[in-house]
Design a protein around this ligand. Structure first.
Ligand code: MOS
Length: 743
């Protein structure tokens, strides 16, 4: 029996003990000696010019060391103008403290540095700033006619595919037709760990930077390009990250502030954001969507039009693929997908879990529900009738697609066949019961990734790849892959990440970490395994002599020939027998370009939701959710389930609570704190069932991994809104589905 086959097993988080005991340190927790503290001053206006900063007044406060602002900064940081971070959209990135112009409310306008955190915060609160106020415009609703098609977007942005067929005439002639507008306001990420950077000054220009980020290498590149440092001078560490959800994909402005102050004051400096400042660094954009569907008499989709308009800042064209997936989720020959941005005076929006798809699937999947009712079909049956066997956007086969199984297994578990289709027909006592369904699709991506592996003479394996673990389980699944590949017990394997001295890994985002780092770890361990086999073959009376790597298996701490337990070499004996104290390998995993281009690579899900609504109070509870996910090989059902649970909670939150409400008078989000930006508490969350549908895929990547970070969120908000309709007969197309709208 093999005890070292860990892939697919519900292994506990290897970083769990460090996290619950507090041994895991986050960016703001590195208490380096002689630390100074910076506090950021945020703009009180949304648009205009800074005319005066009364720095002298706060410099007089004992303990205040310096006030950085546009008046003294531009000569200190020179900004390589051609540089853009890994996920920068088109346009010109925001450069803190480089000029007197204010482009959005709460823009950082100064940094006050002091001997203590308290003095820095106090002095920052007193810093007076005069502005020439200009008229701002923060309302997307007034920009309906000012939309434009973006040019070059950020890396990974794909413009909507060209229209196919004759969508306009087919919509006009369809047997059944619906149209609707779907709206959500901005939403903010708000991970538990707020953005912070602790910069340890090591002399000259040498820095150790503890940064809250989803990618240490992206932060390192930023610091190098902005301050003209080399790699050795800008060492970035991010071993633990208290949530990201996309907010840590781009370097945030506290990193700039902390590095600036450390270099200038020649002293270690920490800068942390306040919770309110977390509402000034990018958000899921306020989006207006229009969906029009037509069906033939048999319930097949005749035509589809999906349009999105969302906000961006004045200085960058943030893009996310809101409408693209609507061209591939269902079989439909007449499709028109259109997409526009409009500029307002806000910070550039940024990726927030399943950017574009979370919101696009809300609109499409609510519209599909409306269409099912219009056509007199069960919403699940309607989706099955329009199942896409190929990706019509790319005109390619799917490398694998088990969405049909998601529908069937999810429906069976949920008990969908007992649903009475009539709105307001199902009750639990006085409560109205509603059941809704929705679907999602997300890209199964992979990125170039390097890793190294080192085996010590006592048989301990250390694997390094400078990736990140925003809570997703990266530490754990990489340990599992490494341990299984070399047949070692988990305790004999340490996986490390989050350090720019490690081999370079991509940002943790796009649901690509498991596939990218996972295949990189597998490859480098195989490389080490081949070397180990050669050394094992040199041992006296080796039973492995002449065997190729394919002939042997690494299991239970041994290399065995053809799984034969009697023809084995104990791995721990190999290095000592060869007089070596360690064995090392390094490798860069490159995605297979042919497989990446030949197939359509996607993960899918189907979500079933039950809500109960009090018809007198309008209160709605999501009492049951079944989320069936087809995402290739599941490396660890426990961490994977947690990923999807988190997604479902977020989907409920998106459906019922989240909205960043802009006060257009001030041009500022009014509810910029945890007490007024609502998210669920435990009492809001009831039964959530996660199903992983079997999905083998040898084309997507060698390990058959599709990633789970984002797919679980898709369709959840739509399924809740659809269930709310089924319960109440009220179609809410404007998120969140709140009490006032249900009454
Ligand atoms: Mo995700 S929005 O790529 O962190």
């Amino acid at each position: 029996m093999s005890t070292t086959n860990y892939i697919g097993k519900p292994v506990n988080r290897v970083d769990g003990p460090a996290k619950v005991t507090g041994a895991a340190k986050y960016a703001a927790e590195f208490n380096v000696p002689n630390l100074a503290y910076g506090h950021i001053v945020s703009s009180s206006i949304a648009k205009g010019k800074i005319t005066k900063i009364y720095a002298d007044e706060v410099l007089a406060i004992p303990g205040v060391l310096h006030v950085f602002s546009h008046e003294n900064v531009p000569t200190l940081a020179w900004f390589d103008r051609s540089y853009k971070d890994d996920v920068a959209p088109g346009g010109s990135p925001f450069r803190p403290l480089q000029g007197n112009e204010v482009k959005y409310s709460q823009q950082p306008v100064a940094l006050v540095v002091a001997e203590t955190f308290e003095v820095a915060r106090y002095a920052a609160s007193l810093l007076r700033v005069d502005y020439d106020v200009e008229k701002h415009d923060t309302d997307l609703e007034t920009k309906r006619d000012d939309g434009f098609e973006p040019g070059r977007g950020k890396t990974g942005w794909v413009p909507p595919p060209k229209p196919r067929g004759n969508p306009d005439s087919e919509l006009k002639n369809a047997a059944h037709r619906i149209e609707g507008e779907y709206i959500h306001l901005a939403q903010h990420h708000n991970p538990m760990e707020m953005f912070a950077s602790t910069v340890e000054f090591l002399g000259d220009k040498k820095l150790n930077i503890y940064d809250k980020t989803q990618g240490a290498f992206n932060s390192q590149q930023y610091v190098m390009k902005v301050f003209g440092l080399n790699k050795d001078e800008a060492h970035v560490v991010s071993q633990y990250t208290g949530g990201g959800f996309g907010s840590g994909l781009r370097p945030q402005y506290q990193l700039f502030m902390a590095v600036l102050a450390a270099l200038e004051l020649k002293r270690s400096v920490r800068v942390s954001m306040t919770r309110q400042q977390m509402f000034s660094m990018g958000h899921r954009p306020h989006t207006l969507q229009y969906v029009e569907l037509g069906t033939n008499p048999d319930g097949s989709l005749a035509a589809l039009h999906h349009h999105a308009l969302h906000e961006t800042s004045q200085y960058e064209d943030y893009t996310e693929n809101v409408v693209n997936w609507s061209g591939m989720l269902y079989q439909c020959d007449n499709v028109k997908l259109t997409y526009q941005l409009a500029k307002i005076d806000v910070a550039t929006p940024q990726d927030m879990r399943a950017p574009g798809a979370a919101t696009g699937s809300f609109a499409l999947e609510c519209a599909m529900d409306e269409m099912a009712y219009e056509a007199g079909l069960d919403p699940l049956e309607f989706r099955l009738r329009n199942y896409a066997e190929i990706d019509q956007n790319l005109k390619r086969e799917f490398s694998s697609k088990k969405l049909r199984e998601c529908y069937h297994e999810g429906a069976a578990k949920f008990g969908w066949e007992k649903r009475n289709p009539e709105p307001r027909s199902m009750r639990d006592g006085d409560l109205l019961v509603g059941w809704g369904v929705a679907t999602g699709v997300w890209d199964a991506s992979i990125q170039k990734c390097a890793a190294s592996a080192s085996l010590s003479a006592d048989g301990h394996l250390t694997v390094l790849s400078g990736s990140n673990d925003i809570g997703t389980g990266t530490y754990t699944i990489m340990t599992q892959i490494a341990a299984q590949t070399l047949g070692l017990p988990l305790e004999a394997v340490t996986f490390k990440l989050g350090d720019t001295n490690q081999p370079e890994a991509p940002l943790q985002g796009g649901s690509w970490t498991a596939a990218s780092v996972g295949n990189a770890v597998k490859q480098v361990c195989d490389k080490l395994g081949e070397q180990l086999l050669k050394l094992a073959q040199k041992m006296e009376d080796s039973p492995l002599k002449g065997a190729s790597y394919e002939d042997v298996e690494f299991v239970n701490g041994q290399i065995r020939l053809n799984a034969d337990i009697t023809q084995a070499v104990v791995i721990r004996d190999i290095l000592p027998a060869n007089g070596k104290d360690k064995l090392e390998a390094e490798n860069t995993m490159l995605p297979n370009p042919i497989n990446q281009l030949k197939n359509s690579l996607h993960a899918h899900n189907a979500v079933f939701v039950e809500v109960k609504v009090d018809p007198e109070l309008g209160t709605l509870h999501v009492t049951r959710v079944v989320n069936a996910v087809a995402a290739g090989r599941i490396l660890n059902p426990k961490t994977a389930r947690s990923q999807v649970l988190g997604s479902v909670v977020w989907g409920i939150s998106m459906a019922l609570m989240e909205e960043s409400v802009m006060d257009h008078g001030f041009g500022r989000y009014m509810n910029h704190n945890y007490s007024e930006y609502h998210i669920p508490v435990h009492a809001d969350i009831h039964d959530i069932d996660v199903i992983f549908v079997e999905e083998e895929d040898d084309k997507v990547n060698p390990l058959g991994i599709k990633g789970l970070g984002e797919v679980g969120l898709l369709g959840v908000a739509a399924a809740v809104a659809n269930a709310a309709y089924h319960a109440t007969g009220k179609r809410i197309r404007n998120l969140p589905v709140s009490i006032d709208k249900l009454l």
